[in-house]
Design a protein around this ligand. Structure first.
Ligand code: GRF
Length: 192
């Protein structure tokens, strides 16, 4: 199962996937490339450190949603790797419907809350500031509604009285780094 990872930033989830892959824990999955809309994003250096193709793509930074023109460029680049699975790992742009249609049922996303709670940006901070006692992370299929696709797996994280936003954030990220490679591995075995 060939995979392309899309991300925009730090790349800690991409790192968790690549590490699991190199450690032989990704089942039949192969990571073919990491694509980033942020040209100097750390995620690209992480890809290179695992000898995986790091491919920046220029996408209009001024709009949240990717235009049709930029979508065509993104599809063309992604198709070079013929992925069976596209993993959004901190990809901050909203994909256009035509991209989602092109890769129907082949795109997954990691979100740092227990969906359907706290969809959208700053989910960790919003959950913490709401005073929830349990949050976590979710891996879901990507559909046309942002953070609304069918849930594949979730991992809960308790908020302890001693937690600060910082310590809670770290726990959420640790949960993500466990859950995302685990889901990819399971999907690779389910794939025919
Ligand atoms: C993660 O918290 C992920 O859930 C969210 O964006 C963040 C990306 O972090 N979608 P990183 O770039 O993987 O470190």
């Amino acid at each position: 199962m060939d995979i392309v990872i899309l991300g925009s930033g730090r790349g800690s989830n991409a790192n968790a996937i690549l590490k699991a892959w190199k450690d032989g824990q990704l089942g039949k999955a192969q990571v073919k490339a990491v694509i980033s809309d942020v040209l100097d994003a750390p995620i690209l250096n992480i890809a290179k450190s695992y000898q995986v193709q790091a491919r920046p793509i220029e996408i209009n930074a001024n709009t949240a949603k990717i235009s049709e023109g930029d979508t065509n460029k993104l599809i063309e680049l992604t198709n070079e790797f013929k992925p069976k699975l596209i993993v959004l790992a901190g990809f901050m742009k909203i994909l256009s419907h035509s991209f989602i249609q092109e890769y129907e049922s082949r795109i997954i996303n990691i979100h740092p809350s227990l969906l359907p709670s706290f969809k959208g940006l700053n989910a960790i901070k919003r959950a913490f500031e709401c005073g929830v006692k349990i949050s976590g992370c979710t891996v879901h299929w990507v559909s046309k509604g942002v953070d609304e696709g069918k849930i594949i797996a979730q991992l809960p994280v308790r908020v302890m009285d001693s937690d600060t936003l910082d310590s809670f954030t770290q726990k959420i990220h640790a949960a993500e780094h466990f859950l995302l490679p685990e889901v990819i591995s399971q999907l690779s075995f389910a794939e025919n």
